[in-house]
Every structure is written in structure tokens, then in C-alpha cells.
Design a protein around this ligand. Structure first.
Ligand SMILES: CC(=O)SCCNC(=O)CCNC(=O)[C@H](O)C(C)(C)COP(=O)(O)OP(=O)(O)OC[C@H]1O[C@@H](n2cnc3c(N)ncnc32)[C@H](O)[C@@H]1OP(=O)(O)O
Length: 405
């Protein structure tokens, strides 16, 4: 039995809770220098701690931001960016209590969606989060991989100095915009620790920007691994792409062409890419891109099911009635009619029954109703409703987050 209180984290508890999170994730305790430079990225706002007396034993942190949903609308998002419980106090309900407080807080603040990246996929379903966007890791060998001659490339790529990388990329990210469902806004305090630390004067990452007819319209952030050494003169370096983001296909192709042109490189590895990024047809030889991994990336939790369902668009099909079950936020439990004109609560009888974490899986278009019914995650009352739900919820582009938080 563990006694603890869950309450908001105070200003003077920021560093202790950050250290607690680091310990739970097995990272080293940060130095005073690190903290003075990047501690601002860990504000007290929107953090719940579990405390045994004055000592923190758990932390659940979130960023308040926004997320694009299918159809292009952008909704407020609680982005859960750090969860940990002290190793000597796990499996006694500490996380459960913090998650309950955090979800109640999102609901009270009118935030319709919450999201996270999961350290382990078995943890968050019980709190209503479902795996909503997958991401792939690709490997392109050099010098073999090159773009197909018909890929349109225009504009120029220029490398930034570290100071320019700090100054210019936040505005460029805004300019490129949330062009896929699942992309999120990046609050000002996200940038120092997640970008400046890596790409600024104290980091090792390189940033290159693409300029097209209307100015800067894409960028890539990468690091170099396995640098060429005297012991292995034929082994080139490996470029590890952290981000590649562009306004349109021409800028996207130009950034890939730039990466593929860099000398003394044996290959390019890019993790967290959209699962439908069309690299194979962009190459002269399809086999010069290999999908090394596909993993769960963004987990989504509808906090206000009515608002979340009403905000996205649906394709043409006859409506379906979904019965949603939500144990942690019972106000969501009920029936919702979803059709091409929108979604609303209804007293009509259910066609399909699902838990709120499964609704999170369906919502961004990553998973079809057919697949989720096949997996036993959707209970089918009326068999014809599965095909209708497929039509309604399907999206052309796969969802993608593209932001580490
Ligand atoms: C969004 C992010 O930040 S991802 C990073 C998450 N943090 C980590 O992985 C750091 C290391 N792990 C930890 O700090 C902790 O183990 C946590 C936060 C994952 C879990 O905290 P706990 O306080 O132990 O969770 P709690 O006791 O509330 O468990 C609730 C339920 O989840 C289950 N559970 C908790 N952690 C895990 C796990 N890692 N794997 C499988 N099941 C788990 C428990 O068994 C329990 O199940 P039950 O309801 O059937 O009894």
C-alpha cells in the first residue's frame, strides 16, 4: 500500500520532477548547465505530480497545443510529453491516479483530444489511448539510391549555420503548416530542448533548407553516425534523418535528392516517416529503399467524443451509429451517428460497439473498421455497417505526427 497525493507541480518542483522522469527513463541526471539552458522547456504548467509528503514519486506532464484532424480542422490537444513513476513505487496505482487527474483536467479545459508517444504499447489502452498513426523507418543505400528521372525537382538547398537553425526553423515549421492529420503545433517552449539542443551551437545535427519560387518551403535535420574512420576507409558515414518536412512534392523531392548527393555516405536512415511516403516510386530503382521497421507512433485519446467526431470530415456513405464505451470519462459513453454531413449524439440503436481507445485508432484514418472488427476491437451489431464505417472514416493520406514530444 502506498500513500500519495496527486496535485499540480509547483514552480520550485520543476527540476525534481524532471530528474524523476529522467530516472524512470534511465537517462543520466542532467547537469546544472543543461538545466540553466533548457529547464525552460519544462514549465510547471500542465504537470501533475504524485507526492509522498514533499517527495515526488510520479510525474505526468503535458503540453497544450493543437492537432490537425482529417479534413484539415485543427483542434486543441493535450500532448502528454512525460510520464514516469519512481521505480520503488510502481504498480501501486500511481500512474492511474495521475492519468485520471490529467484527463479530468483536459476535459475541464475543453480540450477534445489527448495524444502521446508510448514507451511501451501495453500501458495506455486502459486509459483510453489507441494507436492512431504508425510510422516507418527507411534505409536508402548510397550511392545506389537516386531519384527517378521523372521526379520533378526545383529550387535550391542551402545549409544553415547553427544560429540560423535556431532562428529560422520554428517560423518555417509554422509556414509549412499542419498538412497531414496527426501533425501538431509546436509551442515556444518545445523548441529549446527538442531542436536547439541538437541543431544549435551546442548540438551535432545539421539543418538544410529548401527554397522554391515562393521562398523557403522545406527543411531537413540530420545527424551523422558511424563516421568514416582510418580503420575502415571504405565505410562511409550513415546519415540519420531526424526530420524532413516540406510544403509540396517538389520541395520534398529536392531535400531527398540533396541527402542522396552527400559524399562519403554509405546510407541514409530515416525513422518516424509517414507510412505512405512514396519513396519507392520516387527512385530509379524501387529496391533502393527498404522499410526497416513500422512502429506505433502517435496514440490518440478522444477526451470529448462529441467534439472530436464533429470536427473531422467523412467521405460519402450512409451513416453509421457507433456505441462508444469510456470507463475513465463516462460522460463520453453513448451512441453517436456519423455520416457524410457530420457527427452528433443520438438515441438510435448501435450498429458498431467500441471502446474509446479503439475510436482513437479509427479516428485519424490509420485503421479501417474492417481491420478493427477483424481484430475483435469493434463489436459488429449490423454487418453492413462495417463497410459504411470504412467508407466514412477512410482518408487518402495516412496520418502522421512528425514531432517528438
Ligand atoms: C508518454 C510517455 O511519457 S511514455 C514514458 C512512460 N514512462 C516509462 O516508461 C518510464 C518507466 N515506467 C514507469 O515509470 C512506470 O512503470 C509507468 C509510468 C509506466 C507505470 O506506472 P505505475 O504507477 O506502475 O502504473 P499503475 O500502478 O497505475 O498501473 C496501472 C496498470 O497498468 C499496468 N502497467 C503499468 N505499467 C506497465 C508496463 N510497463 N507494462 C505493462 N503493464 C503496465 C499495471 O500492471 C496496472 O494494471 P492493472 O490496472 O491491470 O492492475
Amino acid at each position: 500500500m502506498t500513500d500519495f497525493d496527486v496535485r499540480p507541480v509547483a514552480e520550485d518542483e520543476r527540476r525534481a520532477t524532471f530528474d524523476l522522469l529522467g530516472r524512470s527513463l534511465h537517462t543520466n541526471r542532467v547537469s546544472d548547465e543543461f538545466w540553466s539552458r533548457y529547464g525552460g522547456s519544462w514549465p510547471a504548467a500542465h504537470k501533475f505530480g504524485a507526492f509522498d509528503g514533499a517527495a515526488p514519486i510520479g510525474i505526468a506532464s503535458s503540453l497544450e497545443t493543437r492537432i490537425a484532424v482529417p479534413g484539415g480542422e485543427v483542434l486543441a490537444l493535450g500532448a502528454v510529453d512525460g510520464v514516469g513513476v519512481r521505480a520503488d513505487r510502481t504498480r501501486r496505482g500511481v500512474l492511474t491516479a495521475m492519468m485520471a487527474a490529467q484527463l479530468a483536467d483536459f476535459a475541464a479545459r475543453g480540450i477534445p483530444l489527448a495524444a502521446l508517444h508510448a514507451s511501451e504499447p501495453t500501458i495506455y489502452g486502459r486509459f483510453g489511448y489507441g494507436s492512431a498513426a504508425l510510422a516507418k523507418t527507411v534505409w536508402l543505400p548510397r550511392p545506389a539510391a537516386r531519384l527517378h528521372e521523372r521526379v520533378a525537382v526545383r529550387g535550391d538547398v542551402r545549409m544553415l549555420t547553427p544560429d540560423e537553425a535556431v532562428r529560422e526553423i520554428p517560423a518555417l515549421y509554422e509556414r509549412i503548416g499542419l498538412h497531414r492529420a496527426g501533425m501538431i503545433g509546436r509551442p515556444a517552449h518545445w523548441w529549446p530542448v527538442a531542436h536547439d539542443r541538437l541543431a544549435g551551437p551546442h548540438g551535432s545535427h545539421v539543418v538544410a533548407v529548401h527554397s522554391g519560387p515562393d521562398g523557403d518551403d522545406g527543411y531537413v535535420v540530420y545527424d551523422t553516425l558511424d563516421r568514416r574512420t582510418l580503420d575502415s576507409p571504405d565505410e562511409g558515414a550513415v546519415l540519420k534523418v531526424r526530420e524532413l518536412n516540406a510544403v509540396d512534392p517538389a520541395a520534398h523531392a529536392a531535400l531527398w535528392r540533396f541527402l542522396l548527393s552527400i559524399d562519403l555516405v554509405s546510407g541514409i536512415r530515416a525513422r518516424y516517416r509517414p507510412v505512405d511516403e512514396p519513396l519507392a516510386p520516387m527512385l530509379a530503382d524501387h529496391r533502393h529503399v527498404r522499410t526497416a521497421d513500422v512502429e506505433d507512433d502517435l496514440w490518440l485519446r478522444p477526451v470529448d467524443v462529441t467534439a472530436a467526431l464533429a470536427a473531422r470530415t467523412y467521405r460519402a456513405a450512409d451513416p453509421v451509429v457507433l456505441a462508444v464505451r469510456d470507463r475513465m470519462l463516462p460522460a463520453n459513453t453513448g451512441c453517436y451517428e456519423v455520416g457524410p454531413d457530420g457527427a452528433h449524439r443520438t438515441d438510435a440503436a448501435a450498429d458498431l460497439v467500441l471502446d474509446v481507445d479503439t475510436l482513437g485508432m479509427l479516428y485519424l484514418g490509420q485503421w479501417t473498421a474492417t481491420a478493427l472488427a477483424h481484430a475483435g476491437r469493434v463489436e459488429v451489431v449490423h454487418p453492413s455497417a462495417v463497410a459504411r464505417a470504412d467508407e466514412l472514416f477512410t482518408t487518402i493520406a495516412a496520418p502522421w505526427c512528425g514531432t517528438y514530444f
